[in-house]
Design a protein around this ligand. Structure first.
Ligand code: AMP
Length: 222
């Protein structure tokens, strides 16, 4: 184990497998998983002011404004369980978010170690999302074809009810993919220029993607 904190980002379009892979990779890296979408959904479920503000953007597949998103994620990052680092999923999604994260880490004398760019063709994403189901309690993602729960409609981890996300409807998904290409994909070049980006083929079986991701961060563990 290194003594320096480890910061890794999972970058990729909606339904590219970030959440599924993060659950595995966080164990490998021994850091907490910070998923901005999960944080928003948690706030929404608890009807906090932040959740209610985020809802209008989420429902139409748009990005929540940067100031709200950055504040929420940096607040999460300041908790004690992140002292050895974090695995980000769904954040950053814009250049100002990426710059805010760089600055926040630099203030602590730290920096990002790696950005894993999960690549999946757009047609495949729409197909994946239509079968996606999420645990209402813990947010664990499933798929009716590719990642079935042991018991129909119930989460393997905590027995929570599985549901289809409101923003996983085909029209909203197409909008979210468009938003990804317009607002998030510039981050690929941003991080490539810093020399910390690795491309990962996300269009293969789940276990093979996990192996490729582990390989791409293996130098960061022990
Ligand atoms: P996700 O679960 O990552 O697909 O996120 C679901 C929704 O939450 C997105 O479509 C956005 O509306 C919002 N969201 C999540 N992360 C961010 C982010 N980093 N910046 C802006 N909006 C976000």
């Amino acid at each position: 184990m290194t003594t320096e904190p480890t910061y890794v980002i999972l970058l990729g379009p909606p339904a590219s497998g970030k959440g599924t892979q993060a659950a595995r990779l966080k164990e490998y890296l021994s850091v907490p998983h910070i998923a901005s979408g999960d944080l928003f959904r948690y706030n929404l479920k608890n009807e906090t002011a932040l959740g209610l503000k985020a809802k209008e953007y989420m429902d139409r597949g748009a990005l929540v404004p940067d100031d709200i998103t950055i504040g929420m994620v940096l607040d999460r990052l300041s908790r004690p369980d992140c002292e050895d680092g974090a695995l980000f999923d769904g954040f950053p999604r814009t250049l100002p978010q990426a710059q805010a994260l760089d600055e926040a880490l630099a203030e602590q004398g730290e920096k990002l170690d790696r950005v894993l760019n999960i690549q999946v063709p757009d047609e495949e994403l729409v197909e994946r999302v239509s079968g996606r189901r999420i645990c209402r309690t813990c947010g664990e993602p499933y798929h009716i074809k590719y990642k079935k729960p042991e018991k129909g409609g119930i989460c393997d981890l905590d027995g929570g009810e599985l549901y289809q996300r409101e923003d996983d409807k085909p029209e909203t998904v197409r909008k979210r993919i468009k938003v990804y290409w317009e607002q998030t994909s510039p981050l690929i070049d941003y991080y490539r220029e810093k020399g910390i980006l690795r491309d990962i083929d996300g269009d293969q079986p789940i276990d093979e993607v996990t192996e490729a991701l582990k390989e791409a961060v293996s130098d960061l563990v022990d």
